[in-house]
Ligand binder design. Structure first.
Ligand SMILES: *[C@@H]1O[C@H](CO)[C@@H](O)[C@H](O)[C@H]1NC(C)=O
Length: 261
């Protein structure tokens, strides 16, 4: 479920095929009035299908969020109950890496029995006072994730990264993802954007250094295999089951990797 790219355009096209079947059959009938009636009915059905078809509501929800510049950091926050169900005790010491880490860390700190830290890979130009306080306390650090992370091996139980991987070329992914595995014990969770989602506005490009490269799930899986990064199958399964139970559909791709120790 979490691996399937959202493609609302194709879904509409698939559904749109149905009424046209009806209209072509109508050509074999004798009365032109019936034909016209069928065409009109087909058109009405098509319109109805587009507006109330299965999944139409949730797709529209996602699309409107994406147009507003969706971020997977927001998705990490939405997925928190599912992540807790999946990782249980391994949520004791969590490191979040990615833009908007202050808001993710703030939410994590509200959870019982959870300590949380954050790495903000980009400038914090408009940080609020809460965020500045987290930085002052050393809970959130601003650090370029193209370089080794400023933590000892196995410092955290779980490492969650969102969005940041979409801005890294394979050359830097090769350095950064093993770093995330190095500082964790129970695994790494990657939240990556789906191809086709719109991301940072042009004004923000200088901050991220390059436009987001949203890769397909098959790209990611091939990348993990090539780099001997092993999927945490138990966690993937639990995450999928918990998502299904709560009818949660992630708006980002979610991958679970082992820490490889
Ligand atoms: C990343 O690592 C893989 C596996 O070691 C290697 O095949 C690939 O060429 C590397 N990519 C870059 C851009 O360095």
């Amino acid at each position: 479920m979490s691996r399937r790219p959202v493609n609302p355009a194709r879904r509409v096209a698939d559904g749109g095929g149905m009424p046209f079947v009806g209209s072509s059959q109508s050509k074999t009938r004798s009365s032109p009035l019936i034909s016209i009636g069928l065409v009109v009915t087909g058109a009405v059905l098509l319109v109805l299908y587009c507006y109330s078809g299965p999944g139409g509501q949730s797709d529209k929800h996602i699309v409107s969020r994406v147009e507003g510049g969706a971020s997977c950091a927001f998705e990490v926050q939405r997925a928190m109950p599912i992540l807790k169900k999946t990782y249980g005790n391994s949520m004791q010491k969590v490191l979040h890496v990615g833009p908007d880490t202050c808001s993710v860390v703030t939410q994590l700190l509200k959870e019982e029995d959870t300590e949380a830290w954050g790495v903000e890979p980009y400038e914090l130009d408009d940080a609020d006072s809460n965020c500045r306080s987290l930085v002052r306390k050393g809970i959130v650090r601003v650090a370029d994730i193209k370089f080794p992370l400023p933590y000892r091996p196995k410092s955290f139980s779980l490492v969650i990264v969102s969005d940041a991987v979409d801005y890294l070329s394979p050359k830097y992914l090769n350095k950064t993802i093993p770093e995330l595995a190095r500082v964790s014990t129970a695994g790494v969770v990657i939240f990556a954007g789906y191809p086709g989602q719109s991301r940072a506005k042009v004004a923000e490009l200088s901050k991220f250094g390059r436009p987001a490269k949203l890769r397909s799930s098959s790209w990611w899986i091939r990348y993990f295999v090539q780099n001997k990064l092993v999927e945490n199958e138990a966690a993937s399964k639990k995450f999928e089951q918990a998502s299904k139970k709560r009818s949660y559909k992630p708006a980002c791709q979610v991958f679970h990797l082992n820490s490889n120790h």
